[in-house]
Design a protein around this ligand. Sequence first.
Ligand code: SAM
Ligand code: DTB
Ligand code: SF4
Length: 328
Amino acid sequence: MNAPVRIADPAQPRHDWTLEEVEALFELPFTELVFRAAEVHRRWFDPTELQLSQLLSVKTGGCPEDCGYCAQSQKFKTGVAASKLLDAETVIAAARDAKAGGAQRFCMGAAWRDVKDRDLPKVAAMISGVKALGLETCATLGMLTPDQAKALKDAGLDYYNHNLDTGPDYYDKVVTTRTYQDRLDTLAAVRDAGMATCCGGIVGMGETRRDRAGLLHQLATLPAHPDSLPINDLMPIPGTPLGDSKAVEPLEFVRMIAVARIVCPKSMVRIAAGREHMSKELQALCFLAGANSIFVGARLLTTNNPGRDNDDVLLADLKMRPMGSAAA
Ligand code: SAM
Ligand code: DTB
Ligand code: SF4
């Protein structure tokens, strides 16, 4: 007699995804894809819960990199003025407000290519001050050396955000001043220091579906899946090379979320930038397809976000609640 065929559990994390398998998920009928993603989501998470993070730009503008989507590159005329690194007290006060507004994680972003050791004490003071408020801490400061990653971890940093941005084949159409491998190296330093990783990318930069699959394939085959996986819908910035990009179809954005949920089943999948332009219905579809994290607050780094009043209505209408809060 033949041995019974073992059907692999589709909700178990795998690291051996092929690009073709990831592409095939994108090609599924929409409702089939969303249903599969929703099933995976329910295996690991309460689908009525949302993780809430809040961003603050602690050092804005004047960045030497040429990321073609970014308002903060000094290579493009975007009208964003360069400013100095904020004081720790200013950052901690903003974090206190974010906590009062319901945020669970506070993410500090700097328009840097990499971290200068001379700035580390000030950054460490911000991190330890924010952590002392009882918030989860996250930072996104550009490339890190292994020693810098350890210093940030010692200061109390829980998560480090460093995105791959897009698939490897499209990457050099978007950024030329740092390589894909540079990004992978920073992610390795973050993991080796014992921090959680936040890593995702952007859609709507003129990439193909294969490029989008390429990004998710990279994330799914990392030595550890990202703990947080932000999917940004491009905020087109006038003056940048990608300022006139054609927006990605809303249902394609949902597909991106659904495939992310399936290939990285235990990650927090975040609708990151772009909610400002999304209907309540589109966001609801994303949550059905496995998104379980958002940025709250009226600002991202240099662009707008829906703000707490709108999001309170969104959560109330969908009967969703912040992760970890008591069910009604
Ligand atoms: N300078 C650091 C770096 O690039 O690693 C940290 C900040 S950077 C703004 C963080 C991420 O935000 C980028 O990697 C990109 O994925 C996302 N991002 C930046 N500008 C964006 C935009 N206009 N629309 C959508 N996402 C954007
Ligand atoms: C991420 O993936 N998205 C955030 C955060 N990580 C740092 C940044 C979004 C930036 C959107 C454009 C802006 O506000 O300048
Ligand atoms: Fe600089 Fe980061 Fe913007 Fe790239 S994304 S230009 S590294 S701030």
